[in-house]
Ligand binder design. Structure first.
Ligand SMILES: [Fe+2]
Length: 558
């Protein structure tokens, strides 16, 4: 069975993946190919890339599976919310909901778009409930025979938080908390209030939080009565043009984007993050009680909150924890693609996802062609791992472009910018030279898996940079540029078997410096998607202050 999974909602993060007999072959977000961050358009480029990789024609697909139910259900729910007063009735709110419904309805939820780009197909079209698609993506890739599954996002069609019970390849729905009682909405509204992009820049709030002090009372917006979050969506949404307007009525003026951050905004970030962590712990606890199972799977945009995830892991609540690394909506394609198994009354193929190198790779010959096109001087290296480690130990900032591109928001050693974590100034240097991003956002370490427990408290396998751990006291000064102000880090543990070349870079760095850790940040400029092709890499390299680019077997220097 060949099945194409698609995320298309016109909201954010369109994506596609292709699976053959339950095995994921290829996955990519549209933004990487279109170069428009969080691209919400129909993922025609991503679908084309899936078909090209699998060497298939569109008419050879058995299933085309969208990670959203038909648009009518969402619209009817919104109308009911308006009628019952759960959602503020304003011209803008009603207009947006209606416009979105009409547009998706006109496109048949994406079905007509597919035919427009790829011609008629005999493939069966499936529209999978959004949270079900998230839940499948987490459970089927966890490798757990039995699991409690929690999905927490901004909103699905009408869902905001849901709990599922996976057992022997079946997935049973346990409960759903409907929109607008939404933890994702809570976090997104405060993200906008604090002067950032909602449903995109939540990382910035999480990074800012440790700079604040406790004391801000958010009970007007969220309470945790009865062990479960109760978000006042109506108050958060407000009647204004922006999401943060409802908050401004209670907490004072919204922060102007790019302005200096006053302490009161840092304190609000602290309170928002703390409330999110408490709420996530409560949901995890509830899921475990309802399913009587202590293996937990998470998905949905809120599951990208690595601090909350780290707290769940450290709480002792769970025996095993799997967070689907593309937890946001790009990842629903992974769940949708497997939904036909449930549709046919069969068991899901449950396998452990150990890596997400699911995108395109480029041969040296293709890379060399690009370097020639731009008339660049370069050198060929037999041992790029050793060359890279040498440059890093000299304090150079290196663009690293190797192998298949990662799926999901994190760069994991295929499309990364690397630097020396021992230099306390490296954070500022990378920010000034490359990322041009906010001073408070931490950089993350890649660490040899076998050395993780030497550097991190309660270390466990963490291949996807989706969990935070405390850095051991005596190591904080050894790797200052990847240790956050609160002493935590969001590591990628690197396994020799899974990414041998990247592992060798870190091992070579350890041989030279005694430190089995390097700084790893995504290969992109501020506001741009991570680079996908050699051309993207070269362009980004020359638009920044990086010192060297290791691309395939080649080193390009300035
Ligand atoms: Fe979602």
């Amino acid at each position: 069975m060949i099945s194409l999974g698609v995320n298309y909602s016109q909201m954010h993060d369109s994506s596609a993946c292709i699976a053959r007999d339950g095995e994921l072959l290829f996955a990519v977000a549209e933004e990487r190919l279109s170069r428009a961050k969080h691209d919400a358009r129909f993922p025609a480029l991503a679908i084309r890339a899936c078909l090209d990789f699998a060497r298939l024609r569109p008419d050879q697909l058995d299933y085309i599976c969208f990670g959203w139910s038909a648009p009518r259900a969402a619209y009817l729910h919104d109308l009911a919310d308006f009628a019952r007063g759960r959602h503020p009735v304003s011209y803008l709110n009603v207009l947006n909901s209606t416009r979105h419904f009409l547009s998706m309805w006109h496109q048949g939820g994406g079905q007509r778009r597919f035919t427009h780009y790829f011609g008629p197909t005999k493939a069966r079209m499936l529209f999978v409930d959004h949270h079900r698609a998230h839940a499948i993506s987490a459970y089927a890739h966890s490798g757990f025979g039995e699991a409690a599954v929690v999905v927490v996002d901004g909103r699905g069609a009408w869902e905001a938080t849901s709990i599922w019970h996976g057992r022997d390849g079946a997935l049973e729905h346990v409960l759903t908390i409907p929109w607008p009682n939404s933890l994702g909405l809570f976090y997104a509204a405060f993200t906008e209030y604090l002067g950032f992009q909602p449903y995109s820049d939540e990382w910035k709030v999480m990074g800012l939080a440790p700079y604040g002090q406790p004391g801000v009372d958010l009970h007007d917006f969220i309470t945790l009565d009865h062990g479960f979050h109760d978000v006042d969506g109506k108050r958060l949404i407000g009647r204004g043009a922006t999401l943060g307007s409802g908050i401004a009525e209670c907490l004072g003026p919204q922060r102007v984007a790019e302005s200096e951050i006053e302490n009161r905004y840092k304190d609000i970030a602290f309170a928002v993050q703390d409330a999110c962590e408490e709420a996530m712990l409560a949901v995890a606890d509830l899921a475990i009680k309802k399913t009587r199972c202590r293996s937990l799977c998470l998905a949905g945009g809120v599951a990208l909150n690595s601090k909350a995830n780290g707290r769940i892991l450290a709480s002792g609540l769970v025996e095993q924890l799997f967070i689907q690394p593309a937890a946001s909506d790009d990842g629903v394609a992974l769940g949708a693609a497997l939904a036909p198994y449930l549709e046919m009354g069969q068991r899901l193929p449950v396998k452990t996802m150990r890596q997400v190198y699911l995108g395109a790779a480029y041969e040296d010959s293709e890379i060399e062609k690009v370097l020639h096109t731009y008339k660049l001087r370069y050198t060929r290296h037999v041992n790029v791992a050793s060359t890279t480690a040498e440059l890093l130990a000299e304090g150079k900032i290196i663009g690293w472009f190797q192998g298949r591109m990662e799926f999901g928001p994190r760069a994991l050693g295929s499309r990364s910018i690397l630097a020396d974590p021992r230099d306390p100034e490296m954070n500022a240097k990378v920010n000034n030279a490359v990322k041009f991003r906010e001073w408070w956002r931490p950089f993350a370490p890649s660490i040899l898996a076998e050395a993780a427990s030497e550097y991190l408290e309660n270390a466990s396998e963490s291949p996807f940079m989706i969990l935070t751990f405390p850095v051991k006291n005596d190591k904080r000064s050894v790797i200052p540029s990847v240790t956050h102000v609160d002493g935590s880090a969001r590591p990628q543990t690197v396994d020799q078997q899974l990414n041998p070349l990247y592992w060798r870079v870190i091992e070579e760095f350890r041989r030279r410096t005694g430190v089995p850790v390097i700084m790893n940040t995504s290969f992109n400029l501020r506001g741009e998607p991570i680079v996908a092709s050699p051309t993207d890499a070269v362009r980004t390299f020359f638009s920044s202050g990086m010192d060297g680019l290791i691309i395939g077997s080649f080193l390009v220097e300035k």
